[in-house]
Structures are given as structure tokens and as C-alpha cells.
Design a protein around this ligand. Structure first.
Ligand code: NDP
Ligand code: PYC
Length: 345
């Protein structure tokens, strides 16, 4: 008997969508969540795949996210700042609603920013960065999370794992995209290590007394560490400033105060900046896209790989063969569908 089941990508989206619809989410919330979660599985990004469904349902059950929210665009004619209020719902439908306006403004102004306020956010950022690149734009995406990371030199959780993604469009190829937590690893990775009974690599976390630990339980009770020491600590702080304070939304410590736990998905804002490479390069020698290709070829020419190559390879396999889930994962999907919000505490 097989230990795995293969689902087509549309079938996986349908299953995840059905779980959320049954749990009371409206069509736009459930649809956007199902697409981003299935994309995580499709691209072998397990820390932001179906494992996140439970946390999203827990957040609905706790009354910290509105399952029937309808995001609202707040537009100022001609402004390069596009705002969307998620109205207490998830960030993903708000992004989907605002994307066409962001693209149009970035093309007309050369750059534009999208501010998403009052949202719950648990997903990987690459899907949003990629969406910009699909429109020929470069993009930066960032958001806080909740206080789980000690600043370098400190020993208590303060910053979030604050993800940061960048995309650059490439003609006829998937875009150059990187997307990472500004902690050594995403918190989801720590949780997956805990569930699998595995030790963490050294250097990921400290315990509640501030001592280095490789025990996931001790790490979850203590603090994670920024990537690259003071450099990641400063970038994480920049994200608190730009995607928290500057946009009038919560910082990671404020999110933790509000939720009182890291078992729910964090509630905050998000900042997305889109650039038109042609507009920036206008009047200067060389085609920016051709010059970027020369750079990418030189990177790959040294035997290095581009970020997202692993993901794109996983995507190609999933598109050809379907997404493979273990029997335990399939049972969990069935359980979440059958029990809805009763499945989570
Ligand atoms: P990883 O360290 O796993 O990967 C980070 C990036 O580096 C990816 O783009 C990856 O590409 C690339 N990469 C990895 N190895 C190499 C290599 N050898 N050469 C070139 N590029 C490489 O990410 P994290 O664990 O830090 O984050 C995982 C996810 O968690 C992110 O998607 C992030 O958005 C999400 N997250 C979300 C949060 C939220 O609040 N919503 C909070 C924190 C994280 P590839 O994928 O192809 O391997
Ligand atoms: O993996 O660090 C993480 C995370 C926090 C919120 C969503 N993902």
C-alpha cells in the first residue's frame, strides 16, 4: 500500500478551498488562501503549505480574523501610494484586489507602493513578488510578524521573523525571486522540526535563558536569531519601521501583545513596492533586462544557483506529476474538512 497520494494542483486548491468554505470563510478569502497554500505545496515550500491551514482556522476560531471580510481599495487619483484595507481579513485577497491598480500606477509613475492594512498574514511572500514580475515589474515585499527574534546582542524576542522578498522579471523565463525570513530560518521551520522530533541546526535559536539551543521546544519558548548577525537584525528592524510604523500598522511586539500567543496567524500590515525597470533606466545606456541576464549568466556560470531555482524545479514536477502528500497529510485534510473549526483548539 502506498504511503503517498498525488493530487493535481487544481484538486489540491479545491480541497483547501472546501476546508475554508466549510469553516465559514467567504469565497474571496477562501479562494485566495487556497491558491497561496496550494502554491506552497506545489513549489515544495512545506513551511507555508497545508501545514498553515490549522493556524488559519485557529485564528478564525479565536475571532482574530474576519472570515467574511471584503477588502476595500482606498484610492487617491494619480498617487503612487495605493492603499487597501483588508478589513480584518487575510492579506491575500487584499493583495489580489489591489494588484491591477498597483501595476497600473507603477507603470505610469515608474514606481508605486501598495500598503495593505488591518490584515492577517501567514503566507510566503514569493507569490506576491512573482505576481509583480509577471507584469514586467521588479518588486520588493515585506511585513513584520510577531516578536520571536532577539536583536543581535539582545536575548529576548522583539523583532519578527520579518520576511523580505524581491523579484526581477525575465523574458521567457520565470523571474529571479528571493524570499526569506530575516531570522536564520522561518518560525514554521522550527515548528516542523518540533513535529518531526528533529534537532535544530546550531545557530538558529536561544532558549529562555539566552543560551544557544538546538531543541525546537526550547527555541519556541526562547528566541530565534537574526540571519547574518547585526545585518539581519538591522534589516528586520527596517521592516518593522517601513512595514509597521510607517504604514500605521502594528510592529511585531505589538502584534504579540495583541494576540498574546504565536499559535495564531499574525495581524499587521504589509508593504509592497513595484518598480518599472524601463522607467528607471530610461536615457541610460543598455537595456536593463538584457544587462540583468548577463549578471544571472555570470552567477550561474560559476556553478552557483539562482534563488527560486529549487522552487521552480519543484513546480515543474508538480505540474507534470501532481503534488504528492503523505497519507497523514491527506488524513489531516479530511479531518479539517469534516470537523471545520471543531478540529482546532
Ligand atoms: P530559505 O532559507 O529556505 O530560502 C530563502 C531563499 O533563498 C529562497 O528564495 C531560496 O530559493 C533561496 N536559496 C536557498 N538556498 C539557496 C542557494 N544555495 N542558492 C541560491 N538561493 C538559495 O527561507 P526561509 O526559511 O528564511 O523562509 C521561508 C519562507 O517563509 C519564505 O517564503 C518567507 O516568505 C516565509 N515567511 C513568512 C513569514 C510571514 O510572516 N508571512 C515570516 C517568515 C517567513 P529556493 O526556494 O529555490 O530554495
Ligand atoms: O514562518 O516565521 C514564520 C511565519 C510567521 C508568520 C508566518 N510565517
Amino acid at each position: 500500500m502506498s504511503d503517498n497520494t498525488t493530487l493535481t494542483i487544481p484538486a489540491l486548491i479545491e480541497r483547501v478551498d472546501a476546508i475554508f468554505r466549510k469553516a465559514g470563510l467567504n469565497e474571496i478569502q477562501a479562494g485566495a488562501l487556497a491558491r497561496v497554500i496550494a502554491a506552497g505545496e506545489r513549489d515544495a515550500c512545506k513551511s507555508h503549505g497545508i501545514y498553515r491551514i490549522e493556524g488559519a482556522l485557529r485564528t478564525v476560531k479565536a475571532g482574530k480574523v474576519k472570515p467574511d471580510a471584503v477588502p476595500e481599495l482606498l484610492l487617491q487619483e494619480g498617487s503612487a501610494i495605493v492603499k487597501v484595507n483588508a478589513k480584518g481579513g487575510f492579506a491575500n485577497p487584499a493583495f489580489e484586489l489591489a494588484l491591477p491598480v498597483l501595476v497600473e500606477r507603477a507603470r505610469s509613475c515608474g514606481l508605486a507602493a501598495l500598503v495593505i492594512n488591518d490584515c492577517t498574514h501567514f503566507s510566503a511572500l514569493w507569490s506576491e513578488a512573482e505576481a509583480l514580475a509577471e507584469h514586467g515589474l521588479a518588486g520588493l515585499v515585506m511585513c513584520p510578524s510577531y516578536a520571536t527574534v532577539a536583536p543581535t546582542g539582545g536575548n529576548k524576542p522583539l523583532l519578527g521573523t520579518n520576511p523580505f522578498a524581491f523579484a526581477w522579471p525575465r523574458a521567457g523565463r520565470p523571474p529571479y525571486v528571493f524570499d526569506f525570513a530575516t531570522s536564520v530560518a522561518a518560525r514554521g521551520e522550527i515548528e516542523l522540526h518540533r513535529r518531526a522530533g528533529k534537532s535544530l541546526p546550531e545557530g538558529w535559536a536561544i532558549d529562555a535563558e539566552g543560551n544557544p539551543t538546538t531543541d525546537p521546544e526550547a527555541a519556541l519558548a526562547g528566541a530565534m536569531l537574526p540571519f547574518g548577525g547585526h545585518k539581519g537584525s538591522a534589516i528586520g528592524t527596517m521592516i518593522e519601521l517601513l512595514a509597521g510604523i510607517m504604514i500605521g500598522d502594528l510592529t511585531s511586539p505589538e502584534v504579540l501583545d495583541y494576540l498574546g500567543t504565536t499559535t495564531l496567524a499574525p495581524v499587521h500590515g504589509e508593504l509592497i513596492i513595484a518598480f518599472s525597470p524601463e522607467a528607471f533606466a530610461a536615457g541610460r545606456p543598455g537595456n536593463p533586462f538584457a544587462r540583468a541576464e548577463t549578471l544571472f549568466e555570470a552567477i550561474v556560470g560559476q556553478g552557483a544557483r539562482l534563488p527560486s531555482q529549487r522552487r521552480y524545479a519543484a513546480r515543474a514536477k508538480s505540474e507534470a506529476d501532481g503534488v504528492m502528500l503523505t497519507d497523514a497529510e491527506i488524513k489531516q485534510l479530511e479531518r479539517l474538512f469534516a470537523l471545520g473549526l471543531e478540529a482546532v483548539v
